[in-house]
Write a protein that binds this ligand. Structure first.
Ligand code: TXA
Ligand code: MG
Length: 325
């Protein structure tokens, strides 16, 4: 059912789960301080319970409810980037239920940049929410994706299509130097430029896989096999779905299975999961993605590489084999 703001807040306060919009992807939310409600998230999604969740807040006062002492770096980053697609991992207060943090001594927090959800959190208090997809499928970026995943059995606060389309940057403030555990729309360069804080990003670091358990599981995966190609083929197969960042070759114009973003990487990110889902709906056996340019700077390129590589089962694009960004 599509809910009003009031209905959504009442359901959440009574311990139910509701899908909520954010600027990145839709989340499946519950009252962060109600362990029984949070348990329903894991049951609904089919998510392993050692995979911790992000807590969504609407003010710095709420941040103080979650952490014993707000680190100076968290305050600086919050002022620079919140509301926005940046999640901060910081020490947790004992009051934050273990089911939210997967038993970790830390909690992940962000202030989403969506007016409806900020209004909702003002009514409900902190809401914990993973991406609202069924575990293992691509994150939902439209209400219809959630209706498809759960046969319309999950209640939704409809906030339209998500602006960014890819999950938030996750930053571990408990490590020195500060580590990017998951790349997103806020990049290391933006963080350095706006706050002077240096970060590290090492995608293959095993230690980080243990620190951010979510990175251990199969993520962002459509049913079709995802693979990279270094060159646009002369002919397009009907059984495959093509995502190209350069211009579409003229003879494929109008084909529903050949999509070109003409260098618009923001649009590529916004639509990525929607196209994964469309490819599956069309019954395509493969999703073939043009290698992302190694030498171009765009804030969404590291996040796009990360999500596509994970969807392809860890395969790096040609140029990236043996290198890291
Ligand atoms: O954009 C987003 O972040 C979306 C929207 C709904 O806010 N949420 C999202 O949640 O992507 P989820 O659960 O799909 O991903 C959260 C990531 C996981 O990789 C998880 O392991 C990591 O954050 N995480 C959560 N708590 C953590 C903690 N205490 N320490 C390290 N990593 C943590
Ligand atoms: Mg997720």
């Amino acid at each position: 059912m599509i809910l009003t703001l009031k209905q959504a807040s009442e359901l959440l306060l009574s311990g139910e789960v509701v899908a909520i919009p954010t600027e990145t992807v839709y989340g499946l939310a519950a009252d962060a301080f109600n362990p029984l409600a949070v348990e329903k998230i894991f049951l609904t999604k089919g998510r392993p319970s050692d995979n911790p969740l992000i807590v969504h807040i609407c003010s710095l006062d709420q941040l103080a409810e979650l952490t014993p002492a707000i680190p100076a770096s968290a305050r600086t980053l919050a002022e620079a980037f919140w509301p926005g697609p940046l999640t901060l991992v910081i020490g947790k207060r004992p009051e934050v239920p273990d089911i939210v943090t997967g038993g970790l001594p830390t909690v992940a927090v962000r202030m989403p940049d969506h007016p409806l959800t900020l209004d909702l959190i003002r009514l409900t208090g902190p809401l914990t929410a993973p991406s609202a997809n069924r575990s293992g499928t691509p994150s939902p970026t439209r209400p219809s994706h959630i209706a498809d995943d759960y046969n319309s059995s999950v209640d939704i606060l409809d906030g339209g299509e998500c602006k960014i389309g890819i999950e938030s940057t996750v930053l571990d403030l408990t490590s020195k130097p500060v580590k990017i555990l998951r790349p997103g729309a806020i990049t290391a360069e933006m963080i350095q430029h706006k706050t002077g804080i240096e970060t590290m990003y090492t995608p293959d670091d095993q230690k980080d896989l243990n620190k951010s358990p979510g990175t251990r599981y199969t993520h962002y995966k459509p049913k079709a096999t995802v693979r990279w190609i270094s060159r646009i083929p002369g002919q397009f197969k009907e059984s495959a779905y093509y995502l190209l960042h350069s211009d579409t070759p003229g003879d494929s114009e109008g084909s529903e299975n050949v999509i070109s973003f003409s260098g618009d990487f923001s649009l590529f990110a916004q639509k990525l999961y929607d196209h994964f889902r469309t490819a599956d709906w069309l019954g395509c056996s493969e999703i073939i993605i043009e290698d992302l340019p190694p030498d171009q700077f765009h804030p969404l390129l590291p996040a796009l590489r990360d999500r596509i590589s994970k969807a392809s089962g860890g395969e790096q694009s040609d140029y990236a084999r043996g290198t890291q960004d």
